[in-house]
Write a new protein. Structure first.
Length: 210
């Protein structure tokens, strides 16, 4: 488990999966999305494989594949299943790093009794918190940092996603007393090559060591 990193976010739709794809490629890591909600379009694992250049043998299969694009607990209920936290034990990855991507933010329910942050607390793995740079990010980011600290979950740092916003980034890192890992800009075109080039420019591999 010591080789695994959890990637979570302050909210849904902030680019966490794109970041996970870049990180997995950057670290030559494997990737695991424990619960996939929504199967009609490209899944997160498929997107990570495509944008991260991750071969199939480094994509760990999801434990739950749910049809409806909704909160995992709701999607599971629609499919007539209940997500069992015991089934979400972290898989072994040998000597290779493992990037684990959560769903949405920290307080996303997996079932009526369990939030994603409960799993992060149980796993005791270092977390990268992804935060958008747009308006509202200071509040969402500091609340997320506080929630992680309350559970004594190790925060590797914050990865910002979006256009440059130096003052918001400074305020979050100062008030939250958390390390700024870097900022992934919005990419157009977004391809495996442009993503890896942006990652190499914005981040240091050493910052993701446990």
């Amino acid at each position: 488990m010591s080789n695994a990193i959890v990637v979570t976010g302050t909210d849904t739709g902030i680019g966490k999966t794109i970041f996970s794809a870049g990180l997995a490629g950057f670290l030559d890591a494997s990737y695991w999305k424990p619960v996939q909600s929504g199967l009609d379009e490209e899944t997160d694992a498929q997107l990570v494989a495509r944008l991260g250049g991750i071969p199939a043998d480094r994509i760990v299969p999801e434990r739950y594949r749910l049809r409806t694009p909704a909160s995992p607990h709701q999607s599971a209920a629609i499919d007539g299943v209940r997500i069992d936290p015991v089934a979400l034990d972290v898989p072994t990855s040998g000597d290779r790093r493992l990037v684990i991507e959560g769903a949405g933010g920290l307080m996303v329910p997996l079932n009526d009794d369990t939030l994603y942050i409960d799993m992060f607390e149980r796993w005791r793995l270092p977390v990268v918190l992804c935060a958008r740079t747009a308006l509202g990010t200071i509040n969402h980011s500091l609340l997320s940092v506080e929630a992680l600290r309350k559970r004594r979950i190790d925060i590797l740092g914050i990865a910002f996603i979006g256009d440059s916003n130096p003052e918001s980034e400074r305020a979050i890192c100062a008030f939250g007393q958390v390390r700024r890992l870097g900022r992934l800009p919005l990419l157009s075109p977004l391809t495996a090559d442009t993503l890896q080039a942006a990652f190499s420019d914005a981040f240091w591999r050493e910052d993701f060591n446990p």
